[in-house]
Ligand binder design. Structure first.
Ligand SMILES: [Zn+2]
Length: 236
């Protein structure tokens, strides 16, 4: 059982810091946009927690500025003239109309919307989802077939998840976050390589990474891109 308190005596600069006590063995800091929290073992003296916060003064500052920077970098799709799609910058052409629909054409993504304010984001979501359905299925099967793994796949699902780009279960269920379609194609291919490699290794062992490298030589660049820029692939 955790016990969380907004402790009035614990501060980072002039900001109150929450303290959560539990059976853990060591202290840890959790920084979010609007809160700072110390997680500590039961009976940790406030003084010790305050020292811990003070010792991490610069670290907290860096973390907060990182969170703010990431938030500011999120694209404003309501005002965008272009949207990212598989490494392309696709022109967004919007017209008022009687129904909501999109069509991908050489000149860009043509959208008809009954109400831009209300319908743009759901329509773009539909666009990315349909594209993900096509491309992720195709790419996954191609990679799996190349390795002779196609029979190990029991299904491919798409989900918009908060923290994970992909997942592979022991039964061969692959799951992808369809927002990955906003990433460059090589990054999408890396994600596919990663999940297909899990059909052989359900862990992140050295042999797992060897298989990923076999599927996509030089994958590390794409893996890094995803961890550096993944937060920008969002539809809000
Ligand atoms: Zn993995």
């Amino acid at each position: 059982m955790n016990c969380s308190t907004m402790n009035p005596k614990l501060f980072w600069r002039d900001q109150a810091v929450a303290m959560t006590l539990s059976r853990r063995k060591t202290m840890a800091l959790h920084v979010r946009e609007n809160s700072i929290e110390v997680r500590a073992p039961y009976r940790t003296p406030i003084k010790l927690a305050q020292t811990f916060v003070d010792d991490h003064d610069q670290w907290i500052e860096r973390k907060l500025s990182d969170i703010r920077k990431r938030k500011a970098e999120k694209p404003d799709l309501m005002a965008a003239s272009h949207i990212p799609f598989m490494g392309l910058n696709v022109a967004l052409n919007i017209e008022q109309g009687a129904i909501n629909r999109w069509q991908l054409a050489p000149e860009g993504l043509n959208c008809t919307l009954t109400d831009k304010q209300e319908q743009l984001l759901p329509l773009l979501g539909d666009f990315y989802k349909k594209q993900a359905q096509f491309w992720l299925n195709k790419k996954t099967l191609a990679v799996a077939e190349g390795l002779g793994f196609q029979n190990r796949i029991s299904g491919i699902r798409l989900r918009k998840t908060k923290t994970k780009w992909g997942h592979c279960s022991a039964s061969g269920q692959l799951q992808y976050n369809w927002l990955i379609m906003m990433a460059p194609e090589a990054v999408i291919d890396y994600l596919v390589a990663h999940e297909v490699a899990h059909l052989e290794h359900l862990n992140h062992s050295a042999s797992f990474w060897q298989l990923v490298a076999q599927i996509q030589p030089g994958f590390d660049r794409n893996r890094r891109w995803l961890s550096d820029h993944g937060h920008r692939l969002t539809l809000t």
